[in-house]
Ligand binder design. Structure first.
Ligand SMILES: NC(=O)C[C@H](N)C(=O)O
Length: 326
């Protein structure tokens, strides 16, 4: 079983009501872990230790040295990954300190919260869950210290807090996150070029692949027509890959005739696989034979489908090719 050590440093993630008003750090690392739904369902053994209970403006270099030693002793003790819960005001400095001053082969992941545990929509539990998933992920090794907030994985060298209160405060200006969590699973930024070559075929210029963007109140008329006149269709679905419930029979008919690739009209992120179970959501559409576009945007999905069809790829061959972009 993967072993993850969680080291508590304090911060808003660990705050509760202070006697004199406001909130202040009080919760232990064990308390934080106990508040995260879903952690016990993971194949991960978690050991907690509370090193400090500080608001992060008060973290000193002496605390950073102690933290580096604590991480080292967890790694020496057999941890496969380390999570540090920390205040967000200085989390970027602590992350960079560990990035430069230490060199562990296991993931070292810092996280915190913008909203304290007794506020509506507290983000600490989701951030801690995501941090544990990243720390347990072999692909996160060798990336240096990481900061995980709002389902994004940032490199220590780039990450900055850019807002006083928003849960979307953390960004890596000019660079972007190294990865993100999709349905709880860490995915790292694809290499610039996907390992996929689909040569030009005799029919590449002649085939016709349609792109249909789903809109509110869509009755599927356009898609029905597309299914009749095109050799393949890319469906740019709503949100994470959804259509109105009434449109489902037309989607199914279309997918019986030609390959239909499910992408998202949102412009970024991956089509989901297993979150929404309502009629017209991704589980329903993938069950009806639609092909998952992964992170590929609709216009590029159309180019790839055209190339694949011209190479006479089977449906499973098309599915495998698109899986490159998962
Ligand atoms: N959101 C936070 O964690 C801010 C808090 N002042 C801290 O850095 O400890």
């Amino acid at each position: 079983m993967t072993r993850i050590a969680v080291i508590g440093m304090g911060g808003t993630i660990a705050m509760t009501a202070a006697p004199g008003g406001g909130v202040a750090p009080a919760l232990s690392a064990e308390d934080l872990i106990a508040a995260v739904p879903g952690l016990d369902a993971l194949d991960v053994e978690i050991a907690a230790c509370s090193l400090r209970s500080l608001p992060s403006p008060s973290v000193s270099f002496a605390d950073l040295v102690a933290l580096a030693h604590a991480v080292e002793s967890e790694v020496d003790g057999g941890a496969d990954g380390v999570v540090i819960t920390h205040g967000t005001d200085t989390i970027e400095e602590t992350a960079y300190f560990l990035d430069v001053a230490t060199d562990f082969d296991v993931p070292v992941v810092l996280t915190g919260a913008m909203r304290h545990p007794i506020s509506a929509g507290a983000d600490g539990p989701a951030n801690l869950y995501a941090a544990v998933r990243v720390a347990a992920e072999p692909a996160a090794r060798g990336l240096g210290a990481l900061v995980v907030m709002s389902d994004e994985v940032h490199g220590a060298r780039f990450v900055r807090k850019t807002h006083t209160s928003s849960t979307a405060a953390f960004v890596s200006p000019g660079f972007g996150p190294l990865g993100l969590l999709v349905e709880g699973e860490p995915r790292f930024r694809p290499t610039p070029r996907a390992p996929l070559t689909v040569p030009v075929g005799e029919k590449t210029a002649d085939l016709r692949v349609g792109l249909v963007t789903v809109t509110i109140g869509d009755d599927g008329r356009l898609l029905r027509h597309a299914g009749e006149i095109f050799d393949g269709v890319v469906l740019a679905g709503l949100g994470a890959g959804h259509v109105p419930a009434d449109m489902v029979p037309i989607v199914a008919q279309c997918a019986d005739r030609v390959p239909v690739v499910l992408a998202s009209r949102t412009g970024s992120g991956s089509v989901l696989r297993a979150t929404y179970g309502y009629a017209g959501a991704e589980l329903d559409l993938l069950d009806r034979g639609l092909i998952h576009a992964g992170f590929l945007d609709p216009a590029k999905a159309r180019v790839l489908l055209q190339l694949l069809l011209a190479n006479a790829s089977s449906r499973s061959g098309i599915t495998d090719a698109f899986a490159t972009y998962r």
